[in-house]
Design a protein around this ligand. Structure first.
Ligand code: KIV
Ligand code: ZN
Length: 513
């Protein structure tokens, strides 16, 4: 790799997996590792092999994939930890020991000299086994500066290839990180990595500052997963580095959203909607002023083109909406209201928004149809029948029968629960017509009690970036979920048809000019 690139050391599978409540099976770890390699990370820290059989199995499985990036494993400065790394056929160890007085006194119960000795011995042991070695002085940022410099200098003398500087409890600001990295550069001549935690929301800023100060690599995780408040988020660090600092990485940024979704699904950690780059709202617009601006020129209210990170912009109706936004949304469905009708539609949308209602595309279309006195959208797909089986010791299964343009289609699928199974069965049938991904699924009870009325809101997206949000309400959550999904599919297909017609018109105009 050329030196001008900032290196990305991804620790989603190690520090990210230390997120409370997260554990990944070897097969899920392997799936993520393959995606990380495709994304273009330089190093994947696959785990901490000594901790369990499953961790070793996962590490071995990943090593067997022959990925093109480097693969490292974590080890304390203990021979048995380093042996576990070697036994997994890894060629790269990340070894660490804490150096701050607070860790020495209360955790390790060791003197500074003892810690220094262990660090040196671990590096020598790793090097004598031919490993690539990266050494971290855990809690570097709260370590006495002179002692820290002594530790790093001596591990470099002992042969470590790289050092990493962990801000273990995120207790630093960019100014402090700047001086720390510059200071360490006066005593070490090997590449320096930065490893930040986000306890004060400064992990990305601190990591970027470290790079400015001369570090060459950032330890990061997908979606900022990690202990407590998490680690530096890969997507935020990479995009800020590319766009705001003019420093490139090898990351293929168009794949960022996809991997974020995969990691979120496999770990069960939902990404907050307002998270930069990958949050659902990062490229969504509701307010009238913003949608107007974005429709005229996206750069008015978007710092980057969403496609750079594999996203699409979307507009939503709500109480902040304006004429331009609503008109653009209706146009996607081929509805062109008169100015008077448009004003009436917007007024109705604002009224519902004021009452606290979340307005889906289906609601907007219902309002528009009523005001424009048009028929609703054509229902090309209809739910004819379905059966689900579920229980304690059975795999939830669903068999679904749909009518698509008069023809009947039946298929079955399994899932994590009856809703999952039924939605998958629908997607199996409609895959060729509209290959969609379920972006959002929200189930809320409208009334109380076990016979509560439920509302299911979903957002679906097809591979061309058409997005539709719909909802359905009813007593049975499976029926309601299926109905919401069918509504979404019908809207997506309508948008696809509109797009085809627009393109045909364009072609025709070209031909007749
Ligand atoms: O945050 C930390 O200090 C770590 C070490 C193991 C490097 O994750
Ligand atoms: Zn960490």
């Amino acid at each position: 790799m050329s030196e001008e690139y900032v290196k990305i050391y991804d620790t989603t599978l190690r520090d990210g997996e230390q997120t409370p409540g997260v554990t990944l099976t070897p097969s899920n770890k392997t799936k993520i590792a393959i995606k990380l390699d495709k994304l273009g990370v330089d190093v994947i820290e696959v785990g901490f092999p000594i901790i369990s059989q499953g961790e070793m199995e996962a590490t071995k499985q990943i090593v067997k994939q022959n990925l093109s990036c480097e693969i490292s494993g974590l080890a304390r400065t203990e021979k048995k930890d380093i042996d576990a790394v070697i036994n997994c056929d890894l060629k790269y160890v990340h070894t660490f020991i804490a150096t701050s007085d607070i860790h020495l006194k209360y955790k390790l119960k060791k003197t500074r000299d003892e810690v220094l000795q262990k660090a040196i011995e671990a590096v020598e042991y790793a090097k004598s086994h031919g490993l690539m070695c990266e050494f971290s002085a855990e809690d570097s940022t709260r370590t006495d500066r002179e002692f820290l410099k002594q530790v790093y200098k001596q591990v470099v003398d002992a042969g470590t290839d790289r050092i990493d500087v962990p801000d273990t409890v995120g207790y630093s600001n960019p100014k402090y990180i700047d001086t720390l990295i510059r200071d360490l550069r006066t005593v070490v001549n090997v590449p320096i990595s930065i490893h930040c935690h986000d306890d004060f929301g400064l992990a990305v800023a601190n990591s970027l500052t470290a790079i400015e100060a001369g570090a060459s690599c950032a330890h990061v995780t997908i979606n900022g997963l990690g202990e407590r408040a998490g680690n530096t988020s890969l997507e935020e660090f990479v995009m800020a580095s590319h766009c705001l600092y003019g420093k490139k990485t090898q990351i293929k940024t168009k794949l960022l959203y996809e991997i974020s979704k995969i990691v979120s699904n496999l770990t069960g950690v939902v990404v907050q909607p307002n998270k930069a780059i990958i949050g659902e709202n990062a490229f969504g617009h509701e307010s009238g002023i913003h949608t107007h601006g974005v429709i005229s020129n996206p750069l008015t209210y978007e710092p980057i083109n969403p496609e750079m990170v594999g996203r699409k912009r979307w507009l939503e109706a709500g109480k902040h909406a304006g004429l331009h936004g609503i008109s653009a949304m209706l146009e996607e469905y081929g509805l062109i209201p008169s100015q008077e009708q448009l004003k009436e539609i917007v007024a109705k949308v604002k009224d519902l928004g004021d009452k606290g209602k979340h307005i889906t595309d289906a609601d907007l279309l219902a309002i528009a149809s009523q005001i424009m006195r048009q028929e609703g959208l054509e229902q090309r797909i209809k739910l004819n029948d379905f059966v689900v089986t579920t229980g304690m010791n059975v795999v939830p299964t669903a068999s679904v029968r749909l009518i698509i343009e008069g023809k009947e289609f039946t298929t079955a699928d399994t899932g994590l629960g009856p809703v999952d199974a039924a939605l998958k069965a629908i997607q199996k049938i409609t895959d060729k017509l509209a290959n969609i991904t379920l972006r959002e699924f929200k189930l809320e009870s409208i009334t109380g009690g076990s016979n509560a009325l439920a509302e299911v809101s979903i957002k679906v997206e097809d591979k061309d970036g058409h997005i539709a949000s719909t909802s359905a309400a009813g007593e049975d959550i499976v029926v309601t979920s299926l109905q919401a999904m069918i509504n979404g599919l019908n809207r997506i297909m309508h948008k696809q048809a509109m797009n085809r017609n627009k393109n045909k018109d364009k072609e025709l105009r070209k031909f007749t000019v």
